[in-house]
Design a protein around this ligand. Structure first.
Ligand SMILES: CC(C)(COP(=O)(O)OP(=O)(O)OC[C@H]1O[C@@H](n2cnc3c(N)ncnc32)[C@H](O)[C@@H]1OP(=O)(O)O)[C@@H](O)C(=O)NCCC(=O)NCCS
Length: 348
């Protein structure tokens, strides 16, 4: 008897982004407020980072709540119903509960039935990683529509006394619905990692070191004289990140263009991770991006929201009319890991 064959699975030929949506917390923190915590100046922060203000989430604006708000807008924009979603991917590094994944609660609240739902930790490349996974799921036949969310409450992991990070981070959520397409709408995702630079951006200490395993077991987190018990925060070697982003990420962005068979002058938008305006400007130069290509500069009002920054910036460019539906956009995310992901996408 011949070996039985597993039934082949076929998915859509291509995928594209069908809708995008964002949520920005209500509370605005202008640079003037940051100056209450660190010795700095509005001018220094603006010229070194491009940031004028950021949003910080309040107690009601949880990771789940911001995600549900952003996803609701993306679902409406895509014109689908939540029960058509066959996968929910949440990219975040600031959901502070180790388990369960926040994605299941979000899927349930949105009405996504029994869709598989999981979190991924890929920092500022999280949205690009999610997009790569969603594209594979749709073309591989395991889902028709996939919801990709990038969401952060980085204020929970910000040390307000750290001059190198206190002014950078913000909170928010961005979401995209990825689904089938007759024509290619997501170019090859160029993604990767470099674990040799894992310490360049990282949490100051793990939860067990911070509180001590014995304390954790007893459910208490007392301060220890040796510094344990201090709430972990994000720490960054600013200049190393800056150099890596400027030199290496422009090459990755160019690879994404080449893989998609698109030249810089054919782009309708450049939407890099909103890490730092000077990094964006250096990339524009390295890519020889024509002045006619609109560039996302959402960082000025939003700060660096890690996984949320690209979909938030994308939504803003579409809403303001800076970019149009059907335009080609180059997106690139990069950050802690170190990790990166870039692709050319058709805007929804
Ligand atoms: C964080 C960053 C803005 C700091 O700028 P920098 O030029 O590297 O700053 P340095 O630490 O070398 O310090 C340079 C000077 O600015 C001062 N300085 C540092 N932080 C400051 C602050 N918050 N306000 C005012 N002055 C500050 C330093 O004291 C130093 O002064 P000196 O020259 O008199 O000694 C910069 O490294 C950067 O943009 N890195 C990339 C960060 C990023 O994008 N991260 C996101 C990754 S996803």
């Amino acid at each position: 008897m011949s070996q039985p064959q597993i039934k082949p699975v076929t998915g859509a030929l291509y995928s594209r982004i069908h809708g995008v949506g964002g949520y920005r917390p209500v509370r605005v923190i202008p640079n003037s407020e940051v100056l209450n915590w660190i010795d700095s100046s509005d001018e220094w922060i603006r010229t070194r980072s491009g940031i004028a203000e950021r949003r910080w989430a309040g107690p009601e604006e949880s990771v789940a709540e911001m995600s549900v708000q952003a996803a609701g807008k993306a679902i409406a924009h895509a014109g689908i119903s939540p029960d058509q979603i066959g996968g929910v991917i949440v990219a975040t590094v600031s959901h502070l509960k180790q388990t369960p994944a926040i994605a299941t609660e979000i899927a349930e609240r949105l009405g996504c039935g029994t869709a598989p739902a999981f979190d991924i930790s890929a920092a500022c490349a999280g949205f690009g990683y999610g997009l790569g996974l969603a594209d594979g799921m749709i073309r591989g036949g395991s889902a028709e529509y996939v919801l990709v969310i990038g969401v952060e409450r980085l204020s929970d992991l910000t040390d307000q006394s750290d001059r190198s990070t206190a002014f950078i981070f913000g909170d928010g959520a961005g979401a995209a619905i990825v689904g089938p397409s007759d024509t290619p709408g997501i170019g090859k995702v160029i993604w990767g990692s470099d674990g040799s630079q894992k310490d360049v951006i990282s949490q100051t200490q793990a939860w067990d070191t911070a509180f001590g395993k014995a304390d954790a077991v007893n459910g208490v987190g007392e301060a220890h004289e040796d510094g344990r018990g201090k709430w972990p925060a994000l720490r960054m070697e600013g200049q190393s990140v800056f150099r890596w982003a400027v030199w290496e990420m422009a090459k990755v962005a160019q690879q994404a263009l080449d893989a998609a068979g698109i030249t810089a002058d054919q782009l309708g938008a450049f939407i890099p991770h909103q890490a730092n305006m000077r990094i964006t400007d250096a990339m524009i130069k390295a890519l020889k991006l024509p002045e006619s290509v609109p560039v996302a500069r959402d960082i000025t009002e939003t700060g660096n929201t890690s996984a949320a920054s690209i979909p938030l910036a994308m939504e803003r460019m579409l809403e303001s009319g800076e970019a149009r539906s059907g335009d080609l956009a180059l997106i690139i995310g990069f950050g802690a890991g170190l990790v990166y992901a870039a692709a050319v996408v058709t805007l929804p």
